[in-house]
Design a protein around this ligand. Structure first.
Ligand code: AMP
Length: 291
């Protein structure tokens, strides 16, 4: 496995891999790798791609009061996990490599970033879209792999890829969960045992929504009935919880019959940890196991 820190080295390593005839699959991450990230790398390999993982805690997607400073950075452990997963190249740049002095260009995806996480994390998706655009332009992969846990991020990346004619195949991969249903996240490491126990309300709630959908319920008001109160009683702050159109990410009206399965998504703070999760009702209505 090749490990590089510089953009030029990354380009050179990719072009060498490409000369061997392989298609390139890129998995962008912020490191502190877990089974969710590794599933993306495995999918890339299963698709026949030589896999490039980027590890970069992107400062521009963190707000001033967010956890950029304390975000875990276990690089050696991450590199070993990548090696074990058959990754061919890891690109782990330093900040001044990605944002040198004088950097002035940003990618701003409109509308899709107004609601959901965008409403609570101003500038977050501008940071995400910019770094993903830069990574796609550096690596020039055939395909890039993203988790559906970050559903809004996936939609933003798909839109940006289309609007900037980057022509990368964007692949959204299923959310990998703990046995009790909690979505894996690098931030789960912040949860103490009591917070970890309370966090179980998140997958339980989404699982309940999925059961109602499977039972034939098609009104958002009924799909979500009583669940906001239950969530609020367990978490410390519920930022949003709603049903959203999967293309526009607009919240669906409570009593409009749903012809197309929405995504039901939420963000909540448990202790000091912000967690997000969602369930896509059309595609896969029962993906979350009830513990
Ligand atoms: P991050 O390191 O948090 O920026 O995540 C890097 C990529 O891994 C993103 O595409 C995430 O959506 C994806 N990811 C994070 N957690 C999971 C999970 N539990 N299951 C699947 N993909 C995930």
């Amino acid at each position: 496995m090749i490990v590089v820190k510089k953009i030029d080295e990354a380009r050179e390593a990719v072009s060498r891999i490409r000369q061997g005839g392989a298609a390139i699959g890129l998995v962008p991450t912020m490191g502190a790798l877990h089974a969710g990230h590794l599933a993306l790398a495995r999918r890339s390999r299963a698709d026949g791609c030589a896999t490039v993982v980027s590890i970069y805690v992107n400062p521009t997607q963190f707000g001033p009061k967010e956890d950029f400073g304390k975000y875990p950075r276990p690089l050696e452990k991450d590199l070993q996990l990548c090696r074990d997963e058959g990754v061919q190249l890891v690109f782990c740049p330093e900040s001044d490599e990605m944002y040198p002095a004088g950097h002035r260009t940003w990618v701003d995806v409109e509308k899709l970033t107004d609601g959901m996480c965008g409403a609570f994390r101003p500038g977050h998706f501008k940071g995400v879209a910019t770094i993903v655009a830069k990574l796609l332009l550096i690596v020039r992969p055939d395909a890039a792999y993203f988790g559906r846990k970050d559903f809004q991020q996936l939609k933003v990346v798909e839109r940006m890829n289309a609007d900037l004619n980057l022509a990368v195949r964007i692949v959204g991969c299923p959310t990998v969960r703990e046995p009790d249903g909690l979505a894996l996240s690098s931030r789960n490491a912040y949860l103490g045992p009591e917070d970890r126990r309370r966090a179980r309300i998140i997958p339980r709630t989404l699982s309940e929504v999925a059961s109602r959908w499977s039972a034939g319920e098609r009104r958002a008001s009924e799909l979500l009935l009583g669940l906001k109160e239950r969530l609020t009683s367990q978490v410390d702050l519920l930022q949003y919880f709603g049903a959203y159109n999967v293309e526009t990410l607009q919240e669906v009206a409570p009593d409009e019959p749903l012809l197309q399965g929405p995504v039901v998504a939420l963000a909540a703070r448990v202790g000091t940890t912000r967690l997000i999760d969602n369930v896509e009702l059309g595609a896969d209505p029962m993906p979350i196991k009830q513990p």
